[in-house]
Design a protein around this ligand. Structure first.
Ligand code: AMP
Length: 495
């Protein structure tokens, strides 16, 4: 099928040609005709499938057809997205596709002043692209109303829920007029997302699924390097130095601190790179993303949340510097390469304490990731023994709070979220609420902090915690242990 065969008006056909699309992607081919008929749509699709054009083009067509005009401080179509970067990108797409029409667009998101955003809304807009927090803010300030809405798109629904936006989404949905066309997109469809979709979509929506749920893109060539945590930086550096064909490289770090550390290692080695994460200002992040897109920097280091907004063509390599706790996140990550029909390479580093994550990923993807070329290890320094301090540092990197409160990180995330700074919660947790899943993982994966060679008084005490109650060895057991230790010491002296 060609785009010219789709019933799209001339200005839209021209725009499609201008952006260089010839054939619709599968999701576009399946969605556009139904949406043009005014049906609701449930789309199960990852980024990179062309889903933005799949909803943007028919919405623009219907806006053109309706003959209505935008009223002050209202919008006719609302696209709700979880992150600023995604919002900016989706608005850019709408602008491109609407470039030969009089349709107006605006984009609103937190973390920046709302003054110009409010100004843009005074006369009303046809298409408003928004993140939930700022939208509710501006609705409360009466800068915009949803009463005239004709189209509602909830994109990246699974991410929205991961990031704790469920209440905000419900508030927004409660403000929508009854008579509207709804589009709901999610990369995965666990039960809570299905329930949410049912509260938004009209009965019997058209269901379009372009990639099987949680299946990575088969075109991606994968490699695995088993490596201790301390030498991951050196391994990344050596791989980049040894492979100049790694031109546009996206590196995923579990933490913001880790992302900064990686960039320091690479900068020292003369590799042009930048990091994007929630502690960077919006301008710095846009600048880094811009430089990466135009290949002024070779490597972009990102945390999962910051990377949600990245829509960069031709990412040649994705590195999983740290494996994600949640296997679906791995699928999202590697889906950043091999986009728009291109091939891509995903390279994953697995430290000993990440083996469990690796197993979960391989189980989900049904792929045994082959090991990469081991000769690269010859260029690395020899492995260093982990100290109790480094173990604790590693443990923090895996989402453990510094001060012992298992909920601390979660609350920080919410605070960042409210303040307009990006949250840094990692990964998705289908089937159960994200905080629940995260806490479960935190407790399951807490590594042993005890150095090797220290006699283990009690197997329950591997985490350096005081054991209490029935887990504490009885006095006879303790006596036996003391006696055994004394015997061993005496035997040693005799030798
Ligand atoms: P999306 O999944 O909407 O983020 O799109 C991923 C990428 O595919 C973007 O860079 C789009 O510009 C590109 N794209 C979308 N539709 C097409 C198409 N029909 N032909 C070629 N590229 C496309």
């Amino acid at each position: 099928m060609l785009f010219s065969e789709l019933p799209l008006a001339n200005p839209l056909q021209r725009a499609v040609r201008a952006v260089g699309y010839e054939q619709p992607t599968p999701i576009q081919e399946k969605s556009i005709p139904s949406l043009l008929e005014g049906k609701d749509l449930l789309g199960i699709a990852q980024t990179g499938t062309g889903k933005t054009a799949a909803f943007a083009l028919p919405i623009l067509q219907l806006l053109l057809d309706s003959g209505k005009f935008r009223a002050p401080k209202t919008c006719r179509a609302l696209i709700l997205l979880p992150t600023r970067e995604l919002a900016i990108q989706v608005e850019e797409c709408f602008k491109q596709y609407a470039q030969f029409t009089a349709i107006s667009t605006a984009c609103i998101f937190g973390g920046v002043s709302d003054v110009s955003q409010k100004r843009n809304l005074i006369r009303g807009v046809d298409v408003l692209v928004a993140t939930p927090g700022r939208l509710l803010d501006l609705i409360n300030q009466k800068a915009v109303s949803l009463k005239a809405l004709e189209f509602f798109v909830l994109d990246e629904a699974d991410r929205m829920l991961d990031m704790g936006f469920i209440h905000d989404i419900r508030k927004v949905v409660a403000l929508l007029p009854q008579n509207r066309q709804n589009l709901f997109f999610s990369a995965t469809m666990p039960e809570d997302i299905t329930k949410l979709a049912a509260t938004i979509l009209r009965p019997n929506p058209v269901r379009v699924e372009v990639a099987p749920q949680s299946t990575p893109i088969e075109r991606i060539h994968q490699e695995l390097y088993r490596i201790d945590k301390r030498r991951k930086g050196a391994l990344l550096k050596e791989l980049l130095l040894a492979h100049p064909e790694m031109k546009k490289v996206l590196v995923f770090s579990r933490t913001k601190h880790g992302a900064d550390k990686i960039t320091r290692v690479l900068e020292k080695a003369g590799v042009k790179c930048a990091a994007i994460h929630g502690n960077k200002s919006q301008n710095r992040r846009q600048e880094a993303l811009g430089n990466f897109k135009t290949e002024q920097i070779r490597v972009l280091v990102a945390t999962d949340i910051a990377a949600r907004g990245i829509d960069v063509d031709d990412v040649s390599h994705v590195f999983n510097y740290d494996l994600p706790d949640v296997p679906e996140t791995f699928v999202h990550r590697i889906g950043r390469t091999a986009r728009a029909g291109k091939d891509g390479i995903a390279i994953s580093f697995c430290a000993p304490d990440e083996e469990q994550d690796l197993r979960a990923i391989e189980k989900l993807t049904r792929i045994n990731i082959p090991e990469g070329d081991k000769s690269i290890f010859e260029k690395l320094p020899p492995p260093q023994k982990e100290t109790p301090e480094s173990e604790m540092r590693n443990a923090r990197g895996r989402g453990f709070p510094r001060h012992g409160n298992p909920h601390e990180n979660r609350h920080n995330d919410r605070r960042e979220n409210r303040g307009g700074v990006k949250p840094e919660k990692q990964g998705s947790a289908p089937q159960q609420s994200a905080p629940k899943a995260q806490n479960k993982q935190k407790h399951e994966k807490r590594p042993a902090a005890k150095p090797e060679g220290v006699p283990q008084m009690n197997p329950q005490n591997q985490e350096g915690r005081r054991t209490i109650g029935k887990n504490r060895p009885g006095s006879r057991a303790r006596k036996r242990m003391r006696e055994a230790a004394a015997k061993a010491a005496a035997a040693k002296q005799n030798i």
